[in-house]
Design a protein around this ligand. Structure first.
Ligand code: GLC
Length: 544
C-alpha cells in the first residue's frame, strides 16, 4: 500500500453503486462479490480509490441513504465477510475503498427510531429531534423540493412532530445529544477496524439545528465534526474524511479546519454546473469566476471534483437566472428535471458528442482537485428519465453485448437495462470499448495514466493563462520546476491562440503533434472542443 499520508491528493476516485455494478449470484442485484470480480477492470482503467454508495441494511426509501442498521450489509449485497474480502482484494491491488457514512439521519425503520416513537421515556427518544409544533427552525430550506412539503412530520405513535432534512422516512439524529455523538463514533470505529480507508460523510452541514438560523454549517456542527477527526487522528491517522457539503466554497472552507482538525477533502460542488455552462456558452467566464472565488485551502487538504454523480446534477449553487438557463439548455423535457437539478448522465447531457465528453473529462483530470468518475461514464452510458427519483442514472453497468449487458444472468434485474439505439448495451459496453483503439474508455484510461505521471496535476498550484479569448480555458499547473499548460477549446469554432513561451520547449503529453515555434511565440490552432495537455521544458534544461 502507498504509505504517503497525503495519498488522497493523488488518487483517482470511482463512485460505484454496488447494486448496479455486477451481479455475482444471479439474483438480478449487483453485489460485493460482483464488484470484487471487477477490481482488475477498475485497476486497468487507473482507478485508485472506490467510493461505495451505502451498503447497509435499509428499506431503500432513499436507495440506502436511509440506514436501518449501521453494523451490517444489506442482504442484496452480501455479508460482512464479503465486504472484508472486497477490502482485502482491493488492498492487494493497491486500491483503497471509502464508504458512505450517513450520519445526519437514520431510516424510520431503525430500531432507535422505533423505540423513540413508542416511548417518550425511552433513552432513544432524545436520539431524534421532536417538537409539539411544526413551526420551529422555519428558516431551514427544504432540500427535496419536489416531494417534501415540510421538514417536520407528525408521528401518530409519538404524538409529536419529528425533524427531517430529507424524506420523512429519514428522521434526523439529534447531535446535541452526547449519546448520539458517541454512537456515530462507534459506527466509525467499526468500519475503520474492518479496514475501510475513509468515509464520504453525507449531508454534513445539517447535523445541528438552531432557532433563528438556516440550520446549515453551524459552529456546533463543526465542533462535532472536529471530534470525529480527532478520533481518526488518534487512532486511524491514514484514513480520510470527505465532506459532502453542497455549499459555496467560502462555506466549505471551514470544513477543512486548520488542515488537520476537520475534513481532509471536500467536494467542490459549484465548479460542476459551471463546467456545463462554459462548454454550452463556449466561454470560460463562469468557470473562471467560481475558481477565482474559491479561497485557498490548507496544504494538507484537497478538493474533489466530479462531472456527474448518483444524484441529480444539482443547480443549488448557481443564481436563479443561471438555473433557468441550465434547465432550458440541458433539461428541455420536464422529466429531466428533479428538485433543483437535472437527472441525466454525462453523455446524454453532452448530446453524446465525443468531443464534448472528452473535453469535460480533460478538465476533470486537470483542474485542481482529485477527480471522481461516476460508474459508467467512462464508457458514455445513457440514462432513463422515465424511472422515478434519481434511479434513471443508476441503471445496470453495461459490460458486454450478452443478455442483460453481462450484468446479471437472472432474467430480471433490479432496474431495466438501457437498451435504446444510441446508448443501449449492444452499442455502449465495456468489452467493445476495451477492444477498440481510440474508444472513449481508452481515451479516459490514457488521460488517467498521463495525469498520474505528472504530480503537478494532483498537487500543483493553478493559474489562468491569458489566451486572448474566453473561448479557451487555458491554465497552468505548477509544482516545483514542473510546469503544465492545459488548453481546452470550449467552443464549436477553431481558435487560434499564441502563448509567449520564449526559449521553452513543449512536450505534448497526450502524444499528439508538438506545436511549432514562431520566434518564441507558440501558435496553436485548436479545433472545436479540442484540448491539449502540454509540459514545459526550459531550453536551458535541455542544454545543461
Ligand atoms: C446526499 C446523497 C443523496 C441522499 C441525501 C440524503 O445528498 O448524495 O443521494 O438522498 O444525501 O441522505
Amino acid at each position: 500500500m502507498m504509505n504517503d499520508s497525503l495519498w488522497y491528493k493523488d488518487v483517482v476516485f470511482y463512485e460505484v453503486n454496488v447494486r448496479a455494478f455486477y451481479d455475482s449470484n444471479g439474483d438480478g442485484y449487483g453485489d460485493l462479490r460482483g464488484l470484487m470480480s471487477k477490481l482488475d477492470y477498475l485497476k486497468e482503467l487507473g482507478v485508485d480509490c472506490l467510493w461505495l454508495l451505502p451498503i447497509y441494511p435499509s428499506p431503500l426509501k432513499d436507495d440506502g441513504y436511509d440506514i436501518a442498521d449501521y453494523y451490517n450489509i444489506h442482504p442484496d449485497y452480501g455479508t460482512l465477510d464479503d465486504f472484508k474480502a472486497l477490502l482485502d482484494a482491493a488492498h492487494q491491488r493497491d486500491m483503497r475503498v471509502i464508504t458512505d457514512l450517513v450520519l445526519n439521519h437514520t431510516s424510520d425503520q431503525h430500531p432507535w427510531f422505533q423505540a423513540a416513537r413508542k416511548d417518550k421515556n425511552s433513552v432513544y427518544r432524545e436520539y431524534y429531534v421532536w417538537s409539539d409544533s411544526d413551526q420551529m427552525f422555519s428558516e431551514a430550506r427544504i432540500i427535496f423540493l419536489d416531494s417534501v412539503e415540510s421538514n417536520w412530520t407528525w408521528d401518530e405513535e409519538a404524538g409529536q412532530y419529528y425533524w427531517h432534512r430529507f424524506y420523512a422516512s429519514q428522521p434526523d439524529l439529534n447531535f446535541d445529544n452526547p449519546a448520539v455523538q458517541d454512537e456515530i463514533l462507534k459506527v466509525i470505529a467499526f468500519w475503520l477496524d474492518l479496514g475501510v480507508d475513509g468515509f464520504r460523510a453525507d449531508a454534513v452541514p445539517y447535523l445541528i439545528e438552531r432557532e433563528g438560523t438556516n440550520c446549515e454549517n453551524l459552529p456546533e456542527t463543526h465542533a462535532y465534526l472536529k471530534k470525529i477527526r480527532e478520533y481518526l487522528n488518534e487512532n486511524y491517522p491514514d484514513r480520510i474524511l470527505l465532506a459532502e457539503a453542497n455549499q459555496w466554497p467560502e462555506e466549505v472552507l471551514p470544513y477543512f479546519g486548520d488542515g488537520t482538525d476537520e475534513f481532509h477533502m471536500g467536494f467542490h460542488f459549484p465548479v460542476m454546473p459551471r463546467l456545463f455552462m462554459s462548454i454550452r456558452k463556449g466561454d470560460r467566464s463562469a468557470l473562471q469566476w467560481i475558481l477565482d472565488h474559491t479561497p485557498p485551502i490548507p496544504e494538507t487538504n484537497q478538493w474533489c471534483i466530479f462531472l456527474r454523480n448518483h444524484d441529480e446534477l444539482t443547480l443549488e449553487m448557481v443564481t436563479p437566472e443561471e438555473r433557468e438557463w441550465l434547465w432550458k439548455e440541458y433539461a428541455p423535457e420536464p422529466r429531466m428535471r428533479l428538485n433543483q437539478g437535472i437527472r441525466r448522465r454525462l453523455a446524454p447531457l453532452l448530446d453524446n458528442d465525443r468531443r464534448k465528453i472528452e473535453l469535460l473529462n480533460s478538465m476533470l483530470f486537470t483542474l485542481p482537485g482529485s477527480p471522481i468518475i461516476y460508474y459508467g461514464d467512462e464508457i458514455g452510458m445513457g440514462d432513463n428519465i422515465w424511472l422515478e427519483d434519481r434511479n434513471g442514472v443508476r441503471t445496470p453497468m453495461q459490460w458486454n453485448q450478452s443478455m442483460n449487458a453481462g450484468f446479471s444472468r437472472n432474467e430480471t434485474t433490479y432496474a431495466p437495462l438501457i437498451d435504446d439505439d444510441v446508448y443501449g448495451y449492444h452499442r455502449v459496453n465495456v468489452e467493445t470499448q476495451m477492444q477498440t483503439p481510440g474508444s472513449l474508455w481508452q481515451t479516459i484510461k490514457g488521460m488517467i495514466s498521463v495525469r498520474k505521471g505528472e504530480p503537478a496535476f494532483s498537487r500543483g498550484d493553478f493559474e489562468w493563462l491569458d489566451c486572448n479569448t474566453r473561448a479557451v480555458a487555458g491554465y497552468v499547473r505548477n509544482l516545483g520546476g514542473e510546469r503544465l499548460i492545459i488548453l481546452n477549446n470550449l467552443s464549436d469554432q477553431v481558435q487560434t491562440i499564441s502563448c509567449g513561451m520564449h526559449g521553452q520547449n513543449l512536450i505534448d503529453l497526450l502524444h499528439r503533434d508538438t506545436p511549432s515555434f514562431q520566434k518564441g511565440q507558440i501558435e496553436f490552432q485548436l479545433q472545436p472542443y479540442e484540448y491539449r495537455w502540454l509540459k514545459v521544458q526550459a531550453l536551458w534544461e535541455l542544454l545543461y
